[in-house]
Design a protein around this ligand. Structure first.
Ligand code: PRX
Length: 632
């Protein structure tokens, strides 16, 4: 057995001893009494009886050894700001934010919704919440009012923290009107809204509800707010993600398990150590941002770069210039970003001193071979490591754990199952485990899910069980909803989702949500949204819609006008991130005789592929219309 195989086997077969060792990487106020309670599958409780605090582990405990070391490096090429916070300064800012939240009535267990751009205050907000034992729910800044409303309603936050605006490509993007509309649409109303005013877009505060952050902060420059010790199983945050239905799921994460999982990943997966600089280019609105912009690098005593801006502005060398300037050791990004950079002048890669960089990790979507090769050559053969994981898991399921044992990567494969994950490929029809090489099956994880994974869906245990654990016949296993194969060396290859989730530039979106939004246009009768392969973004959403009244749609110009209107509806309800690349009009949609939409067939023809077996299709002319439209 290789060292890694042995390490992995121990994490499964001697689970409690293994995780008890890993748990020593973090501080506990009260040590755990039981490592894993799996007496009520599929609900796993990690480090039961232990008391800890995520903010303490990310910030306070470093004050002793590294108070003057950089903790958070905020860089905005949007507003031309750059500011480094040492651990001491970060500690002070987090306490100020926590004191404000306390003034606003936030106590342990309360929810706080964070709708903010990539600014340092967003990091203070997240850390302040977990400091108090409050449960944060960050909503991606690219989402709009309807996305906000459903999350506000489900999380029912006491306080919302937001800002006047984000900025993209040098242009301010107002947040406040979207937030006000989101609150208006939601049945739940927050008591208070804490506004960070960047002075990018003027706004009118709502009297009695909106509180100005700068003034509130000035009242608390020296306030001390101790960490609230919470049970290991106390939720640290919820993060909404898309699935098959239109209603996003609130992925609920614990405190102790998450802290331990992230702490272990820093040396074992990311091969980093205290004092290193970590640069993750994601956004705090996504799980990668939660885990690898904020929590893991700080738990690991590193400096973390929080970057607001495009990868190509002022030019395509901006990220590499930051690597040189801040001596970045580890970078974490998404394949889409690398594909964007690939279109830039290749000289930008050799312009900067990248000698500090040890590895580049990529996650969120399939890493195609040309992109992996290009960046690997561009970075002079530095390690390019693919990570496969999900919002639900919080940290990697598949990768190469070079910190346990160095192993070669294979192009197109994220690698092997990470320690703690008992990954099984199963036949989706029979539920049988597929143990042979190169057999296609659904990637599943046997319970208990390892520390750091979702505990449940916020306020909906039944949905957690039904969504993830009941899809494989005859077995209680967690489904990732991804197809995969494993080769003869045990390396997995991900082949795409089994459900209607699509992945646009690494952003996970539900086609149902987009369909619901499009259907709200007064002239849309029915619509099907599918993910279509795209060279740059991996996938884009494409919509095929039936109109109620087609009398005004006889010429191309009027169809284009309606297409623009539909896109605007999606922009204003869900955000531009969910906007379909095309909205094409048809008179019928391909369905089975029982009325089920044939999404796979639509997707296939939209990608110019053979749609396969169509014997169940009701009206072949409906699919032919799509074929004809695509060919235009
Ligand atoms: O389909 C898989 C794809 O993204 C999904 C999870 O997306 P999200 O919840 O946004 O979490 C991203 C965390 C990195 C997965 O079900 N996916 C993620 N990483 C990869 C991937 N597909 C192929 N290769 C990957 N490395």
């Amino acid at each position: 057995m290789t060292r890694f195989a042995d390490f992995h086997a121990r994490s499964i077969h001697d689970r409690d001893a293994f995780w008890a060792e890993q748990a020593q990487r973090v501080d506990w106020k009260v040590p755990p009494q039981q490592i894993c309670d799996y007496s009520h599958p599929p609900f796993a409780k990690w480090f039961v009886g232990g008391e800890t605090n995520l903010c303490h582990n990310a910030v306070d405990r470093h004050l002793q050894d590294r108070a003057e070391q950089a903790a958070l490096i905020f860089v905005s090429t949007e507003t031309d700001q750059e500011k480094t916070y040492t651990y001491r300064e970060l500690h002070a800012e987090v306490q100020r934010m926590a004191a404000i939240l306390q003034d606003l009535g936030v106590v342990k267990g309360d929810r706080v919704l964070i709708y903010m751009p990539m600014i340092a205050e967003a990091a203070f907000a997240m850390l302040a919440c977990v400091r108090l034992g409050a449960i944060h729910s960050v909503v991606f800044g690219g989402f709009a009012s309807h996305s906000l409303a459903s999350r506000i309603e489900d999380a029912s936050p006491k306080v919302i923290i937001s800002a006047d605006a984000g900025s993209r490509g040098g242009k301010a993007v107002a947040y406040k009107p979207l937030l006000d509309e989101g609150i208006r649409l939601s049945a739940h109303k927050p008591d208070k809204v804490l506004m960070v005013d960047r002075h990018l877009v003027a706004f009118t505060p709502v009297a009695g509800r909106d509180v100005d952050y700068a003034s509130a902060r000035a009242q608390h420059m020296d306030t001390i707010v101790p960490c609230v010790w919470v049970e290991s199983t106390h939720p640290s945050y919820t993060l909404y993600t898309s699935g098959t239905t239109g209603k996003p799921k609130g992925v609920q994460r614990d405190t102790g398990g998450y802290t331990v999982a992230l702490a272990s990943s820093i040396p074992l997966i990311y091969q980093s150590q205290p004092g290193d600089t970590f640069f993750c280019t994601s956004d705090i609105g996504w799980v990668v941002g939660h885990s690898y912009i904020i929590y893991a690098p700080l738990i690991g005593g590193m400096a973390t770069i929080m970057y607001e801006g495009l990868p190509t502005r002022p030019d395509g060398g901006i990220w590499w210039s930051l690597v040189e300037k801040y001596k970045v050791n580890v970078m974490f990004s998404a394949p889409t970003a690398i594909r964007v950079l690939k279109k830039q002048d290749p000289a930008l890669l050799s312009k900067y001193d990248l000698s500090s960089l040890k590895a580049l990790f990529l996650a969120g979507e399939p890493l195609d071979e040309p992109t992996a090769k290009w960046i690997s050559e561009g970075l002079n053969g530095k390690a390019i490591i693919d990570n496969y994981w999900q919002t639900e898991t919080g940290w990697p399921i598949l990768t190469i754990c070079n910190g346990v044992e160095k192993a070669p990567s294979k192009f197109g494969s994220p690698g092997k199952a990470v320690y703690g994950y008992n990954v099984k490929l199963v036949d989706d029809q029979t539920g049988e485990e597929l143990t042979g090489a190169n057999q296609k099956g659904v990637l599943t994880i046997e319970g208990p899910l390892p520390p750091g994974n979702l505990q449940t869906i916020w306020r909906d245990d039944q949905r957690f069980v039904n969504t993830y654990w009941k899809t494989v016949p005859g077995k209680l296993v967690y489904s990732t909803f991804d197809w995969a194969v494993r080769d003869e060396d045990g390396y997995f290859f991900i082949l795409g989702r089994t459900d209607d989730v699509i992945n646009v530039a690494g952003h996970r979106l539900g086609t149902r949500e987009i369909e619901e939004s499009i259907s709200s246009h007064p002239n849309i009768a029915e619509v099907a949204v599918v993910g279509v392969a795209d060279q740059l973004k991996g996938q884009v959403a494409m919509a095929f819609a039936i109109v109620k009244d087609s009398s005004g749609l006889l010429d191309a110009a009027s169809r284009l006008k309606l297409e623009g209107e539909v896109m605007k509806v999606v922009d204003s309800q869900l955000g531009a991130v969910a906007r379909p690349s095309r909205v094409l009009f048809v008179s019928a949609l391909p369905k089975t005789r029982s009325g089920k939409l044939l999404r796979r067939a639509i997707q296939a023809v939209a990608e110019g592929r053979d749609p396969g077996d169509l014997t169940t299709m009701d009206d072949p002319a409906a699919l032919q219309q799509i074929v004809d439209l695509i060919q235009i």
